[in-house]
Design a protein around this ligand. Structure first.
Ligand code: APR
Ligand code: PHB
Length: 411
């Protein structure tokens, strides 16, 4: 053992999880409930993780997974089941009746921050180790039978020996970059606009979500509870959040809502306001040896389809069930199928999110739209596409079936 290793605290677990966002915490909770030892290493503090404002639509698959993880009490108490949502098309609203169009499926409206908070409480209760505020996280020998993670925490250096590493460290994490460039293929579309989001303690303008396509650009009316609203408007990438006073936001948001809805809007001071870029991104494969990429570490979707958290959940479900086969059913080779199993559903959600983004946003700022169409021709195609899918039951079924979430693959 080298001098340096002698100075390191040597710890061991079955599954090392990098990142304590929803992916890492949910995987850790599911594994712990099956007696599969795991340690989470997180770069920032718990408060920092909880300070991130994220989406709030949960597919049935994620709702079921949270119940399986025994972390659903508050969701069941405070969450709101939504059996439909609206798409407003130049002021005319079309309700997508999820319940009727999918034979009874719905979505749950419950903030990702609350999901993360519930998972943090559960992890603290089950006593599993989480090293927050860790630095210099390095994944070693991921393509070997004895991978490890080195990191620093509270002034100490650690060497964590493990069987597997779950890279749940998001788009900017270390896990994806640990796969050599020559062994990974990355697919990307960066959109020529962003979403300006505002959180306010005002009653939501509508009981259900409203996605608005207008000549002024996209807008979304969402919510966190009966007293807290989450609203978005499409803005140019050149905009800065300081360009947008609350009053300016409310004025523009009202102009993009259907007129009858705008009249009901209750405005108030923002408690959070930020601009997020939109991107479609996939890394293939989602594993190398005993390193598995999960959630945003492997893929990013534009929020138009509400798929970010839900796609992370299906990755977690697949990896969790494969690891149970390894440890509880004596099938060590089961994990080799992770990437192929996960990618099929990833691409279905990527396409849906890209398709919804193309249909609902204004692309006048886009130099090169899809297939090198000139912008005005692309806009006409997209108007016609949305018109067809909104005014045909079959078209609405296509939207509803994907919005509630396609089935998870059989593991
Ligand atoms: N070492 C340890 N932790 C890291 C590192 C690192 N090198 N880099 C990043 N992290 C942590 C981040 O601080 C974050 O807490 O990994 C976590 C990744 O969490 P998310 O980015 O939330 O990704 P994920 O858990 O996959 O959740 C996906 O979150 O970003 C949204 O829209 C996304 O809803 C989706 C969901
Ligand atoms: C949200 O509530 O933040 C939200 C809901 C639906 C989306 C995107 C964001 O498609």
């Amino acid at each position: 053992m080298s001098y340096h290793e002698k100075m390191m605290q040597n710890i061991k677990t079955k599954v090392a999880i990098i990142g304590a966002g929803p992916s890492g915490l949910l995987l850790g909770q599911l594994l712990a409930k099956k007696g599969i030892d795991n340690i989470i290493i997180e770069r920032v503090s718990p408060d920092y993780v909880l300070g991130r404002i994220r989406a709030g639509i949960l597919e049935q698959g994620l709702v079921d997974l949270l119940r399986e993880a025994d972390v659903s009490d508050r969701m069941d108490e405070e969450g709101h089941v939504h059996d439909g949502f609206a798409i407003s098309y130049y002021g005319t609203s079309y309700r997508i009746d999820l319940n009727e169009l999918t034979g009874g499926k719905t979505v749950m409206c419950y903030g990702q921050t609350e999901v993360t908070r519930d998972l943090m409480v559960a992890r603290k209760e089950n006593g599993a180790s989480t090293y927050y505020s860790s630095t210099n996280v390095v994944l070693n020998d991921v393509d070997s039978a004895s991978p490890s993670v080195t990191f620093e925490h509270e002034g100490e250096s650690y060497l964590l020996d493990c069987d597997y590493i779950a890279g749940c460290d998001g788009f900017h994490g270390v896990s994806r970059k640990t796969i050599p460039e020559e062994k990974r293929t990355e697919f990307e579309r960066v959109y020529p606009f962003g979403w300006l989001g505002l959180l306010s303690d005002t009653p939501p303008v509508s009981d259900e979500l409203i996605y608005c396509k207008t000549d002024r650009g996209f807008a979304l009316a969402s919510q966190r509870s009966s007293t807290r609203s989450r609203y978005y408007i499409q803005v140019p990438l050149t905009d800065k959040v300081e360009d947008w006073s609350d009053d300016k936001f409310w004025d523009e948001f009202k102009k993009r809502l259907p007129a009858d809805t705008a009249r009901k809007l209750v405005t108030g001071p923002s408690i959070e306001k930020s601009i997020a870029p939109l991107r479609s991104f996939v890394c293939e494969p989602m594993q190398l040896g005993n390193l598995f990429l999960v959630g945003d570490a492997a893929h990013i979707v534009p929020p138009t389809g509400a798929k970010g958290l839900n796609l992370a959940a299906s990755d977690v479900s697949i990896l969790y069930r494969l690891l149970c086969k390894v440890y509880n059913d004596g099938e060590p080779s089961a994990v080799q199928g992770y990437s192929e199993l996960a990618l099929n559903r990833v691409w279905q959600a990527e396409r849906f999110s890209w398709w919804m983004s193309n249909m609902l946003h204004d692309f006048k700022d886009d130099a090169g739209t899809a297939n090198n169409l000139d912008q005005k021709t692309f806009e006409r195609f997209m108007k016609s596409e949305l018109d067809f899918f909104l005014t045909n039951k079959a078209g609405q079924e296509v939207i509803a079936t994907q919005y509630v979430g396609l089935p998870y693959p059989q593991v």
